[in-house]
Design a protein around this ligand. Structure first.
Ligand code: 5FU
Length: 244
C-alpha cells in the first residue's frame, strides 16, 4: 500500500508534466477515473461513442488501425470532440521497435498518429532507443509494464516524457506517474481469448491504480451511455473511499 494517498488536485500541483497535470485536473473536475477503450471498427460508431460518452471519461483510448473505414476526417473529428468534452486521446499503439522505425510509425503511414493523439504507449523491450525515438516526435507517452523493472527504470529516467504505466497493480509510490489498468468489468471473469477482468473497486482501492480502462463492458452493453455512467460512479466512489 502507498504511504500517502494524494487527491487528484494535490497530485496535479505536484506534477511537472503538462499532460499529467491536465489529466489530473480533468479527473478532478469531471469526477472521473474512467478511460473508455472504444474498440469498434466503424468510424461512425467510434465518433458516436466519443460524443455520447465523452462527458463521463478522462481518456478516450483508440486502436485507430482497426477501423474499416479510416479517413483523416475521423481523427480531426475526434480532436474536436476531445476539446468539446475535455478528454485526452490515447492511441494504444504499443510501439515496440527500434527508435527510427517507431518514429516513422508515429508520424507517417496512413494514420499520422502524432498529429492527433495526445498520448501513446510503448513496450520497454527494445531498450532506451525506443524512448529516444518517440520523444523527438511526441511529448507524451506511457510504458506498458509487462516487465515492471525495465518499465520503472525507463519511466524514472524520462519523467519529462513518460507520464505513467499500463499495469495491473501500482508499481511506484512516485505521485508523478499515473497507473492505468485495462481488463476491467463490473463483474470479474474473462473472455474466450485470455482476457482477465477485475472490478473498478479492486483496481482503484486494492491495487491503488489511478485509471480504469473499460472496453466491452461499456461498448457491448445494451445502453453504453448508462453503463459508462455506472463505471464512472463505481470508479470514482472507489477513489473517494481511499480517503475514508
Ligand atoms: F496494454 C493492454 C493490456 O495489457 N491489456 C489490454 O487489454 C491493453 N489492453 C487493451 O485494453 C486492449 O487492447 C483493449 O483495447 C482494452 C481492453 O478491452 P476490454 O474490451 O475491456 O477487454
Amino acid at each position: 500500500t502507498r504511504k500517502k494517498v494524494y487527491t487528484h488536485s494535490e497530485r496535479a500541483a505536484l506534477c511537472q508534466h503538462p499532460l499529467t497535470q491536465k489529466l489530473l485536473t480533468i479527473m478532478d473536475m469531471k469526477k472521473t477515473n474512467l478511460a473508455l477503450s472504444a474498440d469498434v471498427t466503424s468510424s461512425k460508431q467510434l465518433l458516436s461513442l466519443a460524443d455520447s460518452i465523452g462527458p463521463y471519461i478522462c481518456i478516450l483510448k483508440t486502436h485507430i488501425d482497426i477501423l474499416d473505414d479510416f479517413s483523416p476526417d475521423v481523427t480531426a473529428e475526434l480532436r474536436a470532440l476531445a476539446d468539446k468534452h475535455n478528454f485526452v486521446i490515447f492511441e494504444d499503439r504499443k510501439f515496440a521497435d527500434i527508435g527510427r522505425t517507431v518514429q516513422h510509425q508515429l508520424s507517417s503511414g496512413i494514420y499520422h498518429i502524432s498529429r492527433w493523439a495526445d498520448l501513446v504507449n510503448a513496450h520497454p523491450l527494445p531498450g532506451p532507443g525506443i524512448i529516444d525515438g518517440l520523444k523527438q516526435i511526441i511529448k507524451n507517452f506511457i510504458i506498458i509494464s509487462y516487465s515492471p523493472t525495465e518499465a520503472i527504470e525507463m519511466a524514472e529516467a524520462n519523467s519529462d516524457f513518460v507520464i505513467g504505466y499500463i499495469c495491473q497493480s501500482r508499481l511506484t509510490d512516485n505521485p508523478q506517474f499515473l497507473h492505468m489498468t485495462p481488463g476491467v468489468k463490473l463483474v470479474e471473469g474473462g473472455d474466450s481469448l485470455g482476457q482477465q477482468y477485475t472490478t473498478p473497486e479492486d483496481v482503484i482501492r486494492r491495487k491503488t491504480c489511478d485509471i480504469i480502462i473499460v472496453g466491452r463492458g461499456i461498448t457491448e452493453s445494451v445502453d453504453p451511455v448508462a453503463t459508462a455512467i455506472h463505471y464512472q460512479q463505481a470508479g470514482y466512489a472507489a477513489y473517494v473511499s481511499l480517503f475514508h
